[in-house]
Design a protein around this ligand. Structure first.
Ligand SMILES: Cc1ncc(COP(=O)(O)O)c(C=O)c1O
Length: 399
């Protein structure tokens, strides 16, 4: 008799993307497939100094068990960090989580009962799809364009389905790269109040803007839409700007939700690594973040520009895309123009043979996958590799 696993596992499967990653071992391959930041951008010296300080100044706190809500000096630093972005948050209104991924898991755990409806963007972050499905959510997909989720359609879906929550990545979404316009941000907050629906704002990429800052986060804007803060949860992360290995994220939510999430976290990992938290707190306290952000923004902006130019030059009419204003990703649609391949899965196989990898877009849809879409990350390849990789993609595209 084989092991009998929990029924909830029937709702999920290993990501198709993980399967693709197995093919990436091929020598010489240029990969646009990952969602990782560039390790060359890690401020190793700054993190080393911060961890040394954490150990020398507060070894008891850095190496001991800690409070589930998070290490208080870090909560204060994160509240101050949010204030630099226009969001007024008290340290007591946020908990530190083990990556923002855990914040999403805690939201699933606290909010979703089997059969509950949850609205996500089509496309959206794959791990959220899997995580919410694990809790039995019935996912509903809201369409997006270059300005993020289409709020008229979103309103119809909310009115029709009365979802438990709406999950959005308003700023430089993964995988879409889309940025929700200011007007739509306000509309989303109004919808939250009108329909008394929880909105989850996942914001790991908002700091990675290129030429101009994005509009304020939903959290920052919530002050201007009365009542909306009661219906808003916000997930933040140091992963994309500092280091994903630190596993430092945070959750800001209305008090009752935060209390339940904290209770669930207690049963899960007790608390996020105190050593990582003390290191992150020292890093922020040392005031290194603005220079780090300026550096990563400049490098990623250069790479995004190079990728956009190369796509136009090498693939021309065969692709449609919007140049992202920040984040890590291009979201590309294969148009099939001139008889070129229009199925991203087929192209992915041919591309690997030509020495370049990317992720097909279909798995990022909770419903109605669009097989002509794909995601390209410009984060980890330098400009020369981006140009070479997109040239290879151009070769793979021609039948
Ligand atoms: C949209 C989105 N949310 C959350 C995460 C999770 O990040 P972390 O758990 O490292 O904070 C990611 C990582 O790729 C992401 O793209």
């Amino acid at each position: 008799m084989p092991l009998q696993f929990a029924d909830r596992l029937n709702n999920v499967e290993t990501s198709a993307i993980r399967e693709l990653f197995k093919l990436l071992g091929k020598p010489g391959i240029i990969s646009f497939a990952g969602g990782f930041p560039d390790p060359a951008m890690f401020d190793v010296q700054g993190i080393q100094e911060a961890s040394n300080k954490a150990l020398s100044e507060e070894p008891g706190a850095a190496l001991q068990y800690g409070a589930t809500e998070g290490y208080q000096p870090l909560r204060e630093q994160l509240a101050a960090f949010m204030a630099t972005k226009g969001a007024t948050v008290a340290a007591s209104e946020l908990i530190v989580t083990t990556g923002s991924q855990q914040a999403l898991d805690l939201l699933g755990k606290t909010m979703i009962s089997p059969g509950d409806k949850v609205i996500v963007e089509g496309p959206t972050f794959l791990a959220t799809i899997q995580c919410f499905r694990l809790y039995g959510a019935e996912l509903i997909s809201a369409p997006i364009d270059a300005n993020g989720v289409k709020t008229d359609e979103l309103e119809q879906l909310i009115a029709e389905h009365k979802p438990k929550l709406v999950y959005l990545i308003p700023t430089f979404g993964n995988p879409s790269g889309a940025m929700l316009s200011l007007e739509r941000r306000k509309k989303v907050l109004e919808l939250a109040v009108k329909y008394e629906t929880l909105i989850v704002e996942d914001d790991p990429y908002g700091d990675l803007f290129f030429d101009a800052p994005p509009p304020p986060s939903l959290l920052a804007l919530s002050d201007s839409v009365p009542g909306s803060r009661d219906w808003l949860a916000h997930c933040g992360s140091l992963s994309k700007v500092l280091s994903p290995g630190l596993r430092v994220g945070w959750l800001i939510a209305p008090p009752a939700l935060l209390a339940n999430a904290t209770m669930c976290k207690q049963f899960s990992d007790a608390h996020t690594s105190t050593f990582a938290q003390a290191t992150a707190a020292q890093y922020l306290k040392a005031g290194r973040m603005p220079a780090t952000l300026a550096h990563v923004r400049q490098v990623y902006a250069e790479r995004a520009r190079a990728m956009g130019e190369a796509l136009g030059r090498e693939l021309g009419e065969a692709v449609a895309f919007v140049q992202p204003g920040g984040g890590l990703f291009f979201w590309v649609r294969l148009t099939g123009a001139g008889g070129a391949i229009s199925d991203a899965g087929e192209l992915a196989k041919r591309a690997i043979e030509k020495g370049v990898a990317f992720v097909p877009g279909a798995p990022f849809y909770a419903l109605n996958p669009d097989s002509s879409t794909l995601r390209l990350s410009f984060a980890t390849a330098d400009v020369a590799k981006i140009e070479e990789g997109i040239a290879r993609l151009g070769q793979a595209l021609c039948r």
